[in-house]
Design a protein around this ligand. Sequence first.
Ligand code: 9MR
Length: 409
Amino acid sequence: MVQLRLVAAAVAAGLLPTVTSAIGLHEAALAAGLEYFGSATDNGELSDSAYLTQLDNTADFGQITPGNSQKWDSTEPSQGSFSFTNGDVIADLADSNGQYLRCHTLVWHNQLPSWVTSGSWTNATLTAALRNHITNVVTHYKGRCIHWDVVNEALNEDGTYRTNIFYTTIGESYIPIAFAAAAAADPDVKLYYNDYNLEYGGSKAAGAQRIVQLVQNAGVKIDGVGLQAHFEVGTVPSRSSLVSVLNGFIALGVEVAYTEADVRIQLPTSATTLAQQAVDFGNLVGSCVDTAPDCVGFTIWDWTDKYSWVPSTFSGYGAALPWDENYVKKPAYNGLLAGLGAATSSSASATATSTTLTTTTTTSSSATSTSTGTAAHWGQCGGNGWTGPTACASPWTCTVINAWYSQCL
Ligand code: 9MR
């Protein structure tokens, strides 16, 4: 940080040209008021020395998340028998690099061992197994995690509860039970609810707000909401819309973080889609900057396309991360730096912004900036943190929906 401040002071004094900035993503995140910029990783990739060298680069990554090795099937493959070998490799790496560890995840419908999914459970026996799992895993990693994703993806797209073994056997109270067990095992770690498609607001985000309140009303600690941010290029909401969604959570008294960001592209990529991806990443991280310090950090779901989960899941799609398969920085890298308010890097393969793109985004990093122009029917026209138009096209009226959202109706 001292070094960063010196560089910033030298730039301000005109002693250094801004174009030669060697600032990395994590350094830029710190300068913008976040706690970290980070990446997921996985055990198999760590034998790739070129991959590991960049993962260890703390100018870019001040935080790592194990992509798989702390999940239930890894940590308790048979009942009462715990294995932390792979998770410990990632935790030790974070320690030796001085990176924060985001711990992921305790309760999820996916990657459950068959003894959980196929067991004949009662409410009491599954509650005991759930508590035992959480107590053992959180105790093992006590003092090492900055956050735990306690419950992951508990919602359907319409905001109702996803049907899983915990919900069907225990009911919604499995969620506060899980948070309470985690809090008892490590009172200092921050406890998160984590899900995808919360970034659009709407029913699913409302469901996540309901979960925050469910846990709070049970008198149990919940510290944050993780927005996974898995997107297809061009579908990322505007920076100001994202800010409104983040503020909806922050208003409940929790912090927020982007936890698994990637922006997939239909292959082959083009200059246009890569430039749009840069804009998308910039708006995502920019919305975190705009809501810092309540938005605490930004994690990409691995850093290179070589090890992304996307191609195996979305046929015909890939290129979702800021570095390509050959570890060359893509425009998205500069898009992230721009969103963080930092000077862009000349080593990225193309410019981050394109004036030819049609985009609804704003590149302003100031929550107080104003915009001219009018919003169309149904468009957003106000709300805390909103930096877009505040007038509506005729004959519509800007109507306050809540503190975070006004709409042209
Ligand atoms: O990155 C993970 C991938 O290696 C696994 O095969 C997959 C299995 O479900 O899980 C991936 O990570 C997921 C994360 O744990 C939760 N949110 C969605 C992520 C991508 O599927």
